[in-house]
Write a protein that binds this ligand. Structure first.
Ligand code: FE2
Ligand code: FE2
Length: 440
């Protein structure tokens, strides 16, 4: 007698008893997978788009989407049938990869926000329709919140989509969603035409060699010891004789340039498709924190008299780190740059406090607090990322080796970006003295 022929104890299939829960849990599983794929793939837009405010907005949306995935996972686990693990079904992977391979960054944003996001919103609305409002009240509350956020995301992105023409690849992506019948399979499935080709199978995605800063001038680094060369003059940061107003301007430049952390950190999601979701969740938080730190500078500098069009963006860190492996990138970020920044930042904070600038003190305090968390994330997740790439050395040994390799890579890939602006035009240490009203 085969096992399938063994009668159920009560004569009924056991699946039937919990069918109502299992069905909704299966839908929640789909929504979880879709949101985590959004986080994994929409992050590839961040370093490709040149508009700074758009980068910030994408970081915020990614963080909020990671929140949706997290709550879905937590609620899903309370329900029978959500399933174990964080894996994503192949059909979804394929769809999101297709959105990633669009080469034009603005058109890629349009594909995500004209096709993928509306499909996510439609799936949430469908969930509300399908579920029982009293029995599944906990999920209903969550999904209603997500619907509001999705609608806000659409509104916030609208200005950036104006004038971006729809392309054939956008239509192809729409067809791919229609072939699934929507994420929950709620619509009639329209088979893909015989001529349909998955573009990501033809050409995979690779991070660009450099990140996009749109209309802004660029350079290799904003740090040096030469006040005629760069806006941040290393020895001035720690020199007690430096006027505090100069320190404040330099630290805002420093914060704004955390945009390089935004751009290279964003590369890690797509590189780690099999990471546990909790890792991507913390990376999404890290990413959003860095984008806010960058915005601290981006918003405050003009108020203090800096013309942002004269401030060159440093590209070295992205350019070097994108040549290194994902665990190396993450190790340099958390174990070297972040862990190593605290002593100088502490001195800088004390100096800025002399100015009684409450806002500056607040921004710097929150920056410090966030950075402490980032180093904690590093300790938690670096071993996991190393594992994903078969890296078996002890963490400390790996970090030391990575530091050495970074030096080598910096020689090869760093220092290659020449100044967009002449020393006269660009913001330098000397110009900062003038803007601060300091005479030397
Ligand atoms: Fe930061
Ligand atoms: Fe950080």
């Amino acid at each position: 007698m085969s096992s399938s022929a063994i009668p159920q104890t009560d004569g009924k299939p056991t699946a039937g008893r919990m069918a109502a829960v299992k069905e909704m849990a299966a839908f929640q599983r789909i929504l979880f997978e879709v949101e985590r794929e959004f986080v994994r793939t929409a992050t590839t837009l961040i370093y490709r788009v040149g508009d700074i405010e758009l980068k910030y907005l994408l970081c915020q949306h990614v963080w909020e989407s990671a929140g949706h995935a997290r709550f879905l996972k937590e609620r899903g686990r309370e329900m029978s049938g959500f399933g174990k693990g964080d894996s994503v079904r192949e059909a979804f992977r394929e769809l999101f990869e297709e959105a990633v391979v669009c080469e034009d960054p603005d058109k890629a944003v349009a594909e995500f926000y004209r096709v993928i996001k509306p499909a996510i919103l439609a799936a949430y609305k469908e969930y509300i329709q399908l579920t029982h409002h009293l029995a599944d009240w906990p999920s209903k509350n969550l999904v209603e919140d997500f619907i509001h956020e999705e609608m806000r995301h659409a509104e916030e992105m609208e200005p950036y989509l104006k004038g971006v023409e729809s392309t054939e690849s956008e239509s192809a992506l729409k067809a791919a969603v229609a072939a699934l019948g929507g994420f929950l399979g709620q619509d009639p499935k329209i088979p893909l035409p015989g001529s349909f080709t998955w573009q990501h199978r033809v050409r995979g995605f690779k991070h660009p060699e450099t990140c996009n800063r749109g209309k802004y001038p660029v350079c290799s680094s904003v740090f040096s010891e030469d006040p005629g060369e760069t806006p941040i003059v290393r020895q001035w940061l720690e020199d007690p004789k430096t006027d505090a107003r100069v320190i404040r301007l330099m630290v805002y430049v420093w914060l704004m340039m955390e945009l390089d952390a935004v751009d290279y950190l964003a590369t890690l999601f797509h590189d780690t498709p099999d990471a546990p979701f909790d890792l991507h969740y913390d990376l999404a938080r890290h990413l959003w924190d860095e984008s806010r730190h960058s915005a601290f500078g981006f918003r405050q500098l003009p108020k203090l008299g800096v013309d942002l069009n004269t401030l060159e963006h440093s590209l070295d860190l992205y350019n070097i780190l994108v040549q290194m492996t994902p665990p190396e990138r993450y190790a340099m970020m958390t174990m070297e740059f972040e862990a190593g920044s605290f002593p100088t930042k502490a001195k800088v904070m004390d100096r800025v406090r002399e100015l009684n600038d409450f806002e500056a003190d607040t921004l710097l305090a929150f920056d410090r607090n966030d950075e402490q968390n980032h180093v904690r994330y590093g300790h938690r997740w670096l071993p996991e990322i190393m594992k994903l790439f078969g890296e078996e050395r002890p963490v400390e040994e790996f970090v030391d080796a990575t530091r050495e390799r970074f030096e080598v890579m910096a020689k090869e890939f760093g220092g290659k970006v020449s100044h967009s602006l002449s020393a006269d035009q660009r913001l330098t240490g000397n110009k900062i003295l003038k803007i601060a009203g300091v005479t030397q």
